[in-house]
Write a new protein. Structure first.
Length: 327
């Protein structure tokens, strides 16, 4: 922490706070299908990846900083770093550019990735470097590659990783293009929102590989057959991520929801359907489908990529409810 180097007291506070975070994630059941991740979260010091962050307060954001001259402020910084909550790490003109994701959501995603010993993983969106550190702890530095378009982000991620003792490969580049020089990958995980599946990711995946990515306020897990084909379903988990830099913000102009009942307008699952079918169904059509199909959960939806086609679907990729994704 620069001029306020960690002492035994702050180390002890961080260890205690980290153990509390692990207990909370345990209770959530996030890694029930892959409990090996518990050890990674218990070992990797999240506070080293967020030397400062912002918390919402009335009228804007408050900066919490590990080098504050006030011991109580430094204690708030450490405790806040181990809350099970996303942390805003980069702002510009009041707009969120980058964040450290909610740890229990990260655990959900890592468990759903189903990594195995020896797997190589590409992470799209380096962020603070914390997720890459968790992967490197599990798999080894040489098995993990993380990429981000912003050189300031990749440079800070390298510093954080170095401070925590991890050395995965950090690349500055367009995440939508993958990292061909490090391919092929067994797993690809994106920590930024997209509106379509980049074909480069399929081409850089081994057959049978898995791609996990945020799309339409959800998380879809695709199994790759070959460079032109992949398919999979959404997880039950809601997910809201900053868009991949270099792409347009998913969503476009606000939808006009006149005629849609308030109960639906305020329902997360209906808004997921709106996001997934945008450009194919108007809100009234989406509402009729939503009511007819008894407010379907995210797990009933999926994505198929086949050649130059890419579509979302409900229940069956070849069924009556299918909608093209934007090219």
């Amino acid at each position: 922490m620069g001029g306020h180097a960690p002492d035994r007291e702050s180390d002890g506070l961080a260890a205690s706070a980290r153990a509390g975070l692990v207990r909370r994630i345990d209770a959530s059941g996030a890694w029930a299908t892959d409990p090996v991740w518990r050890e990674a979260f218990a070992a990797v010091p999240r506070h080293l990846f967020v030397p400062y962050y912002y918390v919402g307060v009335a009228g804007g954001y408050e900066r919490r900083w590990g080098e504050s001259p006030d011991p109580q402020a430094r204690e708030r910084w450490i405790r806040g770093a181990y809350e099970d909550t996303p942390l805003a790490t980069r702002l510009r003109d009041g707009e969120l550019l980058s964040s450290s994701s909610q740890p229990s959501l990260m655990a959900d995603m890592l468990a759903a990735l189903r990594v195995e010993d020896g797997n190589t993983v590409l992470e799209i969106g380096a962020g603070t470097g914390y997720n890459a550190a968790l992967l490197a702890h599990r798999l080894g530095d040489d098995k993990v590659t993380t990429v981000d378009l912003d050189p300031e982000i990749t440079e800070s991620a390298r510093r954080h990783l170095d401070a925590a003792g991890y050395r995965p490969v950090v690349v500055t580049g367009d995440g939508a293009r993958g990292v061909p020089e490090r391919a092929p990958f067994d797993r690809i995980i994106a920590t930024c929102a997209l509106s379509t599946v980049p074909r480069a990711w399929l081409a850089q995946s081994r057959p049978g590989g898995r791609i996990l990515m945020p799309l339409a306020t959800g998380l879809v897990v695709l199994t790759v057959r070959d460079a032109g084909h992949a398919e999979g379903r959404f997880l039950h988990t809601p997910a809201y991520f900053v868009p991949l830099r270099g792409t347009s913000r998913p969503g476009g102009e606000p939808l006009q929801l006149g005629g849609v009942p308030r109960r639906a307008r305020e329902d997360d699952l209906f808004r997921f359907l709106l996001a997934l079918t945008r450009g194919s169904l108007d809100p009234q059509e989406a509402h009729s489908l939503w009511e007819q199909e008894r407010m379907p959960q995210r797990e009933r939806y999926g994505i198929t990529v086949s050649g130059d086609r890419e579509w979302a679907w409900l229940d069956d990729p070849e069924g009556p409810y299918a909608w093209p994704l934007p090219s």
